[in-house]
Structures are given as C-alpha cells and as structure tokens.
Write a protein that binds this ligand. Structure first.
Ligand code: FES
Length: 111
C-alpha cells in the first residue's frame, strides 16, 4: 500500500466533489463531516465527471443525465445488483487527504 497526498480537507466542498488525479486515475473526493470518500470520477454512462454533480446524503448525482451513485460503496442506490464504480482507501493525516490507488475497497474480486 502507498498512500498519496491529494488535497487538504478544507478544499472539499460540501455540496459536490473535488476532482483530483492519482497515478493517472481521475478521482472525486467527497466529504461527509470529518469522513472523506474517494471514487473514480468518470460516470459509467457517458464519462461525465461525477464530481461536478450535486452531492447530498452520501449520493452524487451526475450532472449530465442524473444517474446517482453512493460514494461510500460506488453503487447506484437504485440498482444494487449493478457494477460498482471503484472506490479507494482514504486516510486523513494532519488535515491532509491521502488516497491509496492500489487499495480498491469495493473490488468484487477482493476476498
Ligand atoms: S454521463 Fe453520467 S448519467 Fe450520463
């Protein structure tokens, strides 16, 4: 595992995500109180940046066509049998957000 420093906690808005890039992966960071979640940022429908959508109650709604995704799990809350968007391990160290792009926390292949 190798955590990468990506942003300050206070850079993440409360009503949308913050787009960052880690090792070539575009991620959206989402803040819920003092917890932060990291999810791949390209919408699986047509590739729009999810982080530009409206974020509320754990769910980001894509600005392009309205598909919703729970940032804690990567799943569409209306379709839990679908494929999740990859989500990654996050830690906060001294107010800095760190993401491990090698630690996908919702990998269906993960034991
Ligand atoms: S690009 Fe996201 S819902 Fe269409």
């Amino acid at each position: 595992m190798a955590y990468v420093d990506v942003a300050r906690l206070d850079e993440i808005p409360s009503d949308r995500g913050l787009r960052v890039q880690v090792n070539g992966i575009d991620l959206g960071l989402y803040r819920m109180g003092d917890r932060v979640y990291a999810m791949e940022d390209d919408c699986p429908h047509a590739g729009f940046p999810l982080s530009e959508g409206e974020f509320r109650d754990c769910v980001i709604v894509c600005k392009a066509h309205g598909w919703p995704f729970d940032v804690r799990t990567g799943f569409d809350p209306d379709n839990p049998d679908g494929f999740p968007i990859p989500c990654f391990a996050v830690r906060i160290v001294d107010g800095r957000i760190q993401v491990d792009p090698d630690d996908r926390i919702n990998d269906p292949q993960r034991p």
